[in-house]
Design a protein around this ligand. Structure first.
Ligand code: FES
Length: 162
């Protein structure tokens, strides 16, 4: 279920976005620029922010939603503090990265693409991360973990839970 954005608590962020829109309203490609800025400010593009952009730019909500969901650089779901990317490239896959992904999914109780209730982790599957010699590989934020064994997952996750 999509979490609702606390609009009142984010009032300052909406004001910052409004200022940005005021300054850039007449630029070409203003919708893309505004969505980028909004994602920078809010971390993602919840429906409340899309409605705000639609109103401020006088662009139909369907169009805003269409662009926000079409491009992979935008996310309409909140992201966790730590992003986990498990490589499902060929070298990692044959070395069992699917088992690593399944273990993470079980430990965190989320599906691929999901974010934990406490917003601590987002779990994603990625393409080759360019370090196939370490297969199976995952990244947590900027840290690379190689030669993974699913049994090591709880210990690795615990480092990020402190
Ligand atoms: S296939 Fe996983 S790092 Fe290359």
């Amino acid at each position: 279920m999509q979490k609702q954005l606390n609009v009142i608590a984010r009032e300052k962020d909406f004001l910052a976005l409004k200022e940005y829109i005021k300054a850039t309203k007449d630029n070409q490609g203003v919708l893309m620029q505004t969505l980028h800025k909004a994602q920078q400010i809010f971390g993602y593009l919840p429906i409340e922010v899309q409605k705000f952009i639609s109103y401020e730019l006088d662009i139909p909500l369907a169009e805003v939603y269409g662009v926000a969901t079409f491009y992979t650089q935008f996310s309409i779901d909140p992201k966790g503090k730590h992003k986990i990317g498990v490589c499902l490239g060929t070298a990692c896959y044959v070395k069992g990265s699917q088992l690593v992904l399944d273990k993470l999914s079980k430990e965190l109780n989320i599906k691929v693409g999901g974010t934990t209730e406490d917003n601590l982790f987002t779990l994603e599957a990625t393409r080759c991360l360019g370090c196939c010699g370490l297969a199976p590989v995952m990244m947590i934020d900027d840290e690379v973990y190689g030669k993974l064994d699913p049994k090591k997952i709880p210990e690795i996750l615990s480092k990020y839970m402190e």
